[in-house]
Design a protein around this ligand. Structure first.
Ligand code: SF4
Length: 452
């Protein structure tokens, strides 16, 4: 998921529309924008599909006002469909408000049950709705007090935007698992999942929202509150490895530079003799460049990505994912024929994509295909909103390195170590690597133990 907010800028929805385009890679199943017009009335449009499909010619123009929030959404099976496309709009006598959330509350089920016992019925499967009910439940005088109390009831990795008719509250989880950045735009502000959204909006990066911080943007400017003394910087390593755009900066580390360094370290840890280095477009290209720089093996464009085909990893259904793999990559035969290839990829989740690419390169005439992965073996599920699938579906959850190599049909296979994954952040973060190591930065809950 990607979230974005604009405060204090005329025609906020137009800026949101362009900014959301730059974080479209964070979700392609749905998109939405909510604004408050000058009379304080909420305006919303949302739909399923890419941003350009949801906001066809001109319909962003109906969303008036100088304050707004938007989101792009990826789905898992439980949270699919239009009802679950953020932002969710809530009507309240005290004042309408909208909520958009990137991430996952790991105690969502427990809170849902608590709220249901108090008579609340949910209309969506979103964490945004859970959060809205928690805000409403705490009937403090000020909205900020209600928000701080609500944040202390949830656990997990999340970035949440709450918007009233005259204010945006930007909240980041106390573990710092999800990214959230603030920028300035004229006399106003922007806040969103990635800084790559800011350039196209004409906004300037200001700073990251700190873990455990709530930033309020309103007529008084920018104000900061902390909702917890607990504060860690455990940014999701997969943001650096795969998820974020290379031109984004997260917690002081540029994503492209991270991947390049990971590629250099990958060669030092897993060297191999070969004729060319080929990266799997597009999230692996920076790591492939790093591998090439360190090894001296020339980098070549051996694979071409077809544009306009979605990212396979974030498609919710396996059949759709498999079709996407076939549609999105082609080998450049004149480059790969007769060559020994080092194929650099960012990660292996289920292994289906890797198997197909290795086969594709062999069919195009490659004599050897050595796969090098710029992250550790993914063995454990993610509970923080990255849909890496169940443990059983992960290629490496129960396979040795040799068994994984065999499963994807490569001549050799090598992974980056967790130590180098951390060191590639240039010391600015100690990222969450739970899907590699099984060491989760938060407590975990056992939903099976709940009796309905
Ligand atoms: S478990 Fe993996 S995907 Fe999930 S937040 Fe941690 S590093 Fe990211």
């Amino acid at each position: 998921m990607g979230v974005l907010g604009v405060y204090g800028v005329k025609n906020a929805s137009t800026y949101l529309y362009y900014g959301l385009h730059n974080i479209q890679h964070r979700g392609q199943e749905g998109a939405g924008i909510v604004t408050f017009d000058e009379q304080g009335q909420p305006c919303r449009h949302r739909g399923l599909g890419l941003l350009s499909e949801v906001f066809t010619d001109g319909n962003v123009l109906g969303l008036e006002g100088s304050i707004g929030i938007g989101s792009v959404k990826y789905a898992n099976v439980r949270k699919g469909g239009l009802d679950n496309v953020d932002p969710i709009l809530f009507y309240q006598t005290k004042g309408d408000f909208a909520v958009a959330c990137d991430g996952n509350f790991i105690n969502a089920r427990q809170i849902e049950m608590l709220l249901e016992k108090r008579g609340i019925i949910f209309q969506t499967a979103t964490d945004s709705e859970i959060f809205a009910h928690l805000i409403k439940k705490n009937n403090g005088e000020d909205r900020i007090v209600n928000i701080l109390k609500a944040l202390n009831m949830i656990e997990g990795g999340f970035s949440i935007l709450v918007m009233t008719k005259n204010r945006i509250y930007a909240c980041r989880d106390k573990y710092g698992i999800k990214p959230l950045v603030i920028g300035t735009l004229g006399d106003g502000y922007v806040v969103g999942s990635e800084s790559c959204a800011f350039g196209i909006m004409g906004a300037k990066f200001l700073r990251d929202v700190e873990p455990g911080e709530v930033v309020t943007l309103d007529a008084h400017g920018l104000r900061s509150n902390r909702y917890s003394q607990f504060q860690k910087h455990r940014m999701c390593a997969m943001e650096y490895i795969y998820y974020a755009r290379p031109d984004s900066n997260i917690d002081g580390c540029n994503v492209h530079l991270y991947r390049e360094e990971a590629g250099r370290r990958l060669y030092r840890e897993c060297p191999v003799e070969a004729d060319i280095v080929v990266g799997v477009p597009e999230s692996s290209l920076s790591a492939a460049m790093g591998y090439s720089q360190e090894s001296g093996i020339p980098y070549e464009m051996g694979l071409i990505k077809h544009k306009y085909v979605g990212r396979t990893f974030i498609e919710p259904i396996q059949e759709v994912r498999e079709l996407g793999v076939k549609m999105k990559l082609s080998p450049v035969e004149d480059i790969v024929r007769g060559r020994r290839i080092v194929l650099v990829d960012d990660s292996i989740v289920r292994g289906t994509t890797s198997l197909k690419i290795v086969r594709m390169l062999r069919e195009a005439g490659a004599t050897e295909v050595h796969v090098r992965i710029a992250s550790p073996m993914m063995r454990f599920p993610c509970y923080y909103g990255v849909d890496t699938s169940t443990k059983e579906e992960l290629l490496c959850s129960s396979r040795s390195l040799e068994q994984a190599r065999e499963a994807i049909g490569a001549d050799s296979l090598g992974y980056l170590s967790p130590e180098s994954t951390r060191a590639s952040c240039f010391g600015c973060a100690d990222p969450c690597q739970a899907c590699f190591t099984g060491e989760y930065p938060t407590v975990l809950y056992n939903d099976d133990a709940i009796n309905d």
